[in-house]
Structure formats: C-alpha cells, structure tokens
Design a protein around this ligand. Sequence first.
Ligand code: GTP
Ligand code: MG
Length: 299
Amino acid sequence: MFKSLLQPRIDRNLKEENCSGVLRVIGDRAAGKTTYMAALARWPNAEISSPVELVTPANKDGEYLIRQAESLIEQGLQINQTRLANDVLEIKDYSLRIILKTADNFSFLNTIFNLDISCKDYSGEFFSDVLHQTNSQLLRDYLNDCFPATGIMLMIDATTHRKDPEYARGVDRLLVALAGGDVFSQKRRIALVLTKCELADLWINRHRPKFVTEVRFPTIFKRLESWQDLGVGSVEYFTTSAFGMTGKRYLKPNSRQIYRDRGGVAAVLEDSKKWRPFGLVSPIYWICTGKRLLELDGD
Ligand SMILES: Nc1nc2c(ncn2[C@@H]2O[C@H](COP(=O)(O)OP(=O)(O)OP(=O)(O)O)[C@@H](O)[C@H]2O)c(=O)[nH]1
Ligand SMILES: [Mg+2]
C-alpha cells in the first residue's frame, strides 16, 4: 500500500542525464586490463544496492568482450594476451553504456545516468616496450591515439610491488609524452587502478586505495603526485578485482591461482555462479565526471 502510493511520485521525478568519455587503458603485460574490460561488459550478479543498473555493449567490439567473458572467464579459463597491434586502427575500441541510478531519498528524485564510454586497452607491450622506444613511428601513432582521450586508466597488478621502480620509469615516459599532446588538453585525468585486489592482504585495504598505492608503489605514487602538483592534470587511486569474493560469513577470493612471481599473478575465476567483481565502474565514473561516487568503490 505504502509502496503503491510512493511509486508514481518517484517516476514523475525521474531525471535522465548523459555523459560520455573516451578512455585508454595502459599497463604492463598481464596487469589484468582485458579481463577488467570483459568483466565490466559482462557485469555479472550485480549487487541489488549498487548504483549500476546495467552495462550494455554499444558496438561489435563491446559484444566481443561479453563473448570473452562467457567463453573464457566463466569457463575457468584465462583471456588470451592482447597482441600488440602495429596499426593503431586495428586496436579494438569497446563501446559500452553504463546505466547508473542515483536516488535522493529526501526528495524522491531519481536520476538515471547514462555513461557512454569508448575504451581501448593497449597490449602490455605498449607500456613495457613501445613507450621506451625513441624516434619510433609506432610510439607516435599510439600517442596520437591517446592524446584526445578524456582520461587514462593506468592499470597495475597490485601484487607486483617489486616492479615499482621499473613501472615508475614507464609512468615517467608516459607523462612526458602526454605533455607533448597538450594542444588537445583539457586537464588530464589519470586513474591509477590496482587490479586483483580480492587477494588477501589487498582486500582488507580495498577502501584505502591511495594508502595502498603509496605503501606498495611509492615511486609511482610520488611521480603522479608531483605531476598533479604541476597543475596539468589530476590523479585518483582505485582498487578493483575482476573476480571478486565469494561466501557470506567467511569471505574468500573467488579466484584460483595458476602461478605467482615477481611479474604478478595469473589466475582464473573459481566459481562462475558467484562471480561478482568489485570497483570496476568507479575509475570510469571519476574520469568521465570528475566526481568520485563512493558507493562505486570496492565491496
Ligand atoms: N587474481 C586475479 N587475477 C586476475 C584478475 N584480473 C585478471 N587476472 C589474471 O591476470 C592475468 C592477466 O590478465 P589479462 O587481462 O590478460 O591481462 P592484460 O593486462 O590484458 O595483459 P596483456 O594483454 O598481455 O597486456 C590472467 O591470468 C588473468 O586471469 C583479478 O581480478 N584477480
Ligand atoms: Mg590484454
């Protein structure tokens, strides 16, 4: 009875807003970039209280991600390494619509927020190799593809803290190169996204992404903070997991490790029926709107 009185009032006050963004996902080999994109497109077992209502593909490449999720991740397999494209036009450009619903409990005003993104994830070889080349046409092509982006997601396997100094050199190269594209720029946004945070010592700190980055990746952290201090752009920190946790009273990572070394963790999804990634939309929302929606952060 109460609900039926309430319902028309909510609907009458439904607002719709649109926002779009062009993103580039950059990071080392096996950082988890493609798995992140596939998990986002598949958006399995959404939490009822999540502001994210739906994620839908908006082009063929977006549909390809869902197929990757269904035919590989959900079958307990790894996604194949992304091949380095020698022609940037060959890189898949995933278009997705993320629909969020935000409610204001005081005014009964609900807003449907359509976040339309187009996103390319570069092969890890771009970060580990191409970025360090000098005078290379391939590097110039990639940077030209990157310059007009609304924001960059710099993705790092959170277990690879021993590679902090090495990664920092890549980050340096990237920041210097991006400065060369300033003709295009609005202020740049770089989201530093730590992946695989369902793993034990990371999950407990999932709500402290800045702290985790500063402790585990101090060199990268300093570089990004100094870059921000120059006033040319802004940086935010995020923790995510493409696989998430399972269990009710005793939570455990929903992943099965295949191997782990200095270069990171290779793993597969343990239980596809209980697959619920976390923190995937938060960096995208921040890049596109400049605002951080805490309800989107890891859980
Ligand atoms: N534990 C865990 N493993 C993950 C997660 N996301 C990805 N992985 C694993 O990390 C490895 C690399 O994942 P990819 O998505 O292929 O990494 P990538 O960054 O696209 O790598 P390249 O295409 O080579 O640049 C695979 O074994 C994945 O299954 C995660 O959230 N948790
Ligand atoms: Mg990949």
